[in-house]
Write a protein that binds this ligand. Sequence first.
Ligand code: ADP
Ligand code: XUL
Length: 554
Amino acid sequence: MEYSLPDDALSLGFDSSTQSLKATVLDANLNTVASEIVHFDSELPHYSTKDAVYRDPSGNGRIVSPTLMWVEALDLLLGKLVKAKVDFGRIIAVSGSGQQHGSVYWKKGSSATLASLNPKRPLLPQLSDAFATKESPIWMDSSTTVQCREIERAVGGALELSQITGSRAYERFTGPQIRKIFETQTDVYHDTERISLVSSFMASLLIGGYASIDEADASGMNLMDIKQRIWSKMALEATAPGLEEKLGKLAPSHAVAGLMAPYFVERFQFNKRCLVIQWSGDNPNSLAGLTLNTPGDLAISLGTSDTIFGITNEPQPSLEGHVFSNPVDPSCYMVMLCYKNGSLTREDVRNRCADQSWDVFNKLLEEAPPLNGGKLGFYYKEHEILPPLPVGFHRYVIDNFTGNSLDELKEHEVEEFDACSEVRAIIEGQLLSMRAHTERFGMPSPPRRIIATGGASANNCILNAIASIFGCAVYTVQQPDSASLGAALRAAHGWLCNEKGSFVPISSMYENKLEKTSLACKLSMPAGDASKYTMFMKKRVEIENRLVQELGRH
Ligand code: ADP
Ligand code: XUL
């Protein structure tokens, strides 16, 4: 069944990312009608941030952002939307995306401040004293290794923590960050009435009260029981005392956080019935913005680093990657894997073998046959996360390779490949690794469809290789701001769920729309037989496991 929005309705999505605050406005046909941005460094220079953060000069990995900069940016961005003549009265729902993991510490008494903001004055001076610490730790922080190990030990190990919360402990995750504040800034912890994520913090400003943390972004905290979607008592206890009270209740990502606060109704003429839908993390919002909606949908983002995420019913939490609650359908899960060696490593091969040109790179890629005559390569220009391997290149040739069964075949290591084999080996190698790890992580094989995004998704030859290796159709979306777009789509979806009084699938919003709107896609179909790649992938995994045993460290 198709559900639609009132004809003249607008939905608004924000993206409070590391370096900027963006907004995307969609009409009822899901076309983008306005977008605006505030860059933190250049438009709010008085915070003296670099890349929107403060890095601790002692090199201890502490990285924070000034919380008030995000408050001031919201006023500034709404002012830009006014100038762009967006009719706020037509906006039926607002939602948003926040950089994941970052946290905000509301000082005791701030809930009253939030509920009584004076619409005649900007937000900043009214909230300047609302935080127990003015510096919010963000996802780039890597200063909590000690706390990570303490939390893992307290719950019985890294794998146990992953099975409870969807991820082993990571330095940037919010639980270890909170534990570090509790251990090293005890006064701040005790002076805190409420802890928000960046996402629920921004939603709190809009509703004039503390917004819940949504289940998808809560999955990036090492604190939520991923199966039951409640705070895990064990993880809470391992993190800090009295924490549950400071976190408040969880809410599904499609739920209503509250009505738009009188402050914004009076100051910007929002409709007083405008709903604020739960904000969520940037990766969950990108999943929504890339229109992933059904188990088996997979997105591959080929940027500076490569990120891959998808929807599954049966995730297998392990020591690698992350399982999140799915932001568009709480009955299933979102899985996410991050690779450090992405575009820069592809560029390294292009510069060495293909005259620094993607055209030459593509010619070489097509000169080498699929499966590369049994040549397999591992290219790590940076220390890799997945698998955990140090910098180094490793090249193998499978002996007596015919492309049929590889079970009995052995391989030998070589120093180098010719140019076209090298180009094919990096592309096939990266994609085979993605396929192997997503399958191991519980994604259906083959995927239902893949949406490719990021810089390298402009390359048709790479898209064709994805289609052949995964054995499914690959689409691209030429929409640069998938997080704020996703937030606007989730706003509309949350409004519909509220209107119907129960959850409706987000796909019901898309019928007949995807082809006609800014979500339009271009398609590559698989060529050849993906089952041959299945055997090739198994061989690769065998070699990879051996490399991890010999060279890896956990
Ligand atoms: P970021 O993750 O920093 O946002 P982008 O998604 O913008 O990065 O991707 C930038 C990368 O895209 C560049 O490093 C470049 O290697 C890669 N890229 C651009 N065009 C092509 C192409 N035609 N083929 C392969 N890679 C490309
Ligand atoms: C995800 C992560 C980043 C942040 C900021 O785990 O750390 O992607 O969400 O973009």
